[in-house]
Design a protein around this ligand. Structure first.
Ligand code: GCO
Ligand code: MG
Length: 402
């Protein structure tokens, strides 16, 4: 089981994915997801130019040693590009090893710890009414949790809301689109949206909202207080994630549960937030957090401090990365919630997953490996098309967090 080839497959079936394929000398194949939306070529180069040449000939069964080699061997540690590249290699190795043993990855992780994985979809609209209509439709499909976002009145653009009738995809142009932001308008609007959601749809489901890094700690505390009566499951990313200490201020001001971490990549990024019990849910997904090997460590630390999982599952995580998220959701003691945004139709031409999303929950079967087939010929029909995430500017033109 020696590594013979490491290839990077870039494709854009409806949206861009960066997939890493590892082949061994005895013909085994494993796939991993290294998609880093808008920066995917940097991950591709990291894998092709820096990791692959050093790993050819390695024993593919030594996942732990290969992980340490990639992490400690870089000297320049951590960061989203490095950790996504390591993750893609790590996922491919877990996939390959599980296939070699004829078992699903979740068996290698110790077997299932629950009967289903609760997932939340995105519900959004240009108006409160449109967002509530979508939320009602998702609840009717059986979802037990929903994320709600709506366009803030008076702003030309909105995070989490599709521009026209098409599906929401923030990375929609070659160069970054400029979006518009006004914190005051958002502070006025969000409590009204959340109240309307509970007034209209009741309390028989979990309710989530993504602040997308846009408030100061005191604004976040103010907002959390206003949302408390509506029993939020979580308020996500109320403040920019770089400052772990900011969550101490948020925590001191509100009991609204807080979910953070989709732009963190290692256990050191969340060490203080977790051990200080400053957050409730940790959002690092397998794809950006160094793979299954490293996410296990992060989630084990989180469990000690009563922090539960809430892995990012936006459509920029490929179905392979999602399957890796699900393998952990299925097996860890401290599962909290899983995001499942769905995919554009074209994505299914390339990826065939064996996980099932039905009645708002996800279940896994015993397909060996991560359980996602990749059609490389189909991938070739959807060549890589570079797309950027937008940027945000305040009304006065100053750059702001997107
Ligand atoms: C989420 C995220 C995404 C990101 C996207 C950026 O909670 O799912 O905030 O929607 O914006 O992953 O590429
Ligand atoms: Mg988010």
């Amino acid at each position: 089981m020696r590594i013979q080839a490491i290839d990077v497959l870039m494709c854009s079936p409806g949206r861009t994915f960066c997939t890493v394929k590892i082949t061994t000398d005895d013909g085994l194949v494993g796939y991993g997801d290294g998609t880093l939306n808008g920066r995917e070529l940097a991950v591709a180069s990291y894998v092709t130019d820096h990791l692959a040449p050093a790993l050819i000939g390695s024993d593919a069964s030594r996942i732990n040693d290969i992980w340490q080699f990639c992490y400690k061997g870089a000297y320049w540690r951590r960061g989203p590009v490095t950790m996504s590249a390591i993750s893609a290699i790590d996922q491919a190795l877990w996939d390959l090893n599980a296939k070699a043993l004829g078992v699903p990855v979740h068996r290698l992780l110790g077997g299932r710890a629950r009967d289903y994985i609760t997932a939340y979809p995105h519900c959004s609209g240009h108006t409160v009414e449109a967002a509530l209509e979508e939320a009602g439709a998702r609840l009717a499909e059986g979802y037990k949790a929903i994320r709600i976002q709506a366009q803030v009145p008076g702003l030309a653009t909105a995070y989490g809301v599709a521009k026209g009738d098409e599906e929401y995809e923030p990375a929609s142009s070659t160069l970054p689109d400029v979006e518009e932001w006004d914190t005051g308008a958002y502070l006025d609007f969000l409590p009204r949206l959340i109240k309307a959601t509970r007034d209209e749809l009741g309390y028989g489901f979990e309710l989530l909202h993504d602040g997308h890094h846009r408030l100061t700690p005191s604004q976040a505390g103010w907002m959390g207080r206003r949302l408390e009566p509506y029993r939020m499951f979580w308020l996500e990313d109320p403040t920019p994630e770089e400052d772990q200490q900011a969550f101490a201020t948020v925590r001191s001001l509100t009991s609204c549960p807080i979910a953070v971490g989709e732009v963190w990549n290692s256990v050191y990024d969340c060490q203080q937030a977790i051990s200080g019990r400053l957050i409730d849910y940790i959002r690092i997904p397998v794809t950006h957090g160094g793979g299954l090997t490293h996410l296990r460590q992060i989630l084990a630390l989180a469990d000690v401090y009563g922090v539960r999982s809430g892995m990012q599952g936006a459509s920029d995580i490929s179905p392979i990365g999602q399957a890796a998220n699900f393998a952990l959701d299925w097996t860890i003691p401290n599962f909290g919630m899983q995001e499942y945004m769905g995919y554009p139709e074209e994505t299914w031409a390339v990826f065939t997953p064996h996980y099932r999303v039905e009645d708002g929950v996800i279940t896994l079967d015993d397909t060996p490996g991560l359980g996602v087939e990749v059609d490389e010929e189909a991938a070739a029909r959807y060549p890589y098309t570079p797309k950027s995430l937008p940027v945000n500017r305040l009304r006065d033109g100053g750059m702001y967090d997107w």
